[in-house]
Design a protein around this ligand. Sequence first.
Ligand code: FES
Length: 114
Amino acid sequence: MERRTERIHERGVSATVLVCTNERTEHAACAAVDGGAVADAVRDWLRERDRYWSEVAVAETSCLGMCSEDGVAVVVQPDDEWFAEVTVEDVPALMGETVGAAADAAATEPATTG
Ligand code: FES
């Protein structure tokens, strides 16, 4: 095991957006309600600002415990913001409210990684 906290902080990562894309058949699951499309919309929102894999990281996850037939579970850390029933249409507002200020402020600077 290698602790990489310092390296990640040096890279400037200040937020991580977790998008559930869990797939299963027995109960409601985010994969069945466009989890992949929501994850793509989050990445697209960052790409449009040239901030993909910059200070805002994105990760697809397994179940976050907010399963619903009406949308996808999303968590933004370290601010500890939890969203259920997120749709692709909700992503711009969600991103703007959570990581928007940091991403827009940093958009005037070159991204640290590709
Ligand atoms: S399957 Fe996505 S929160 Fe449970």
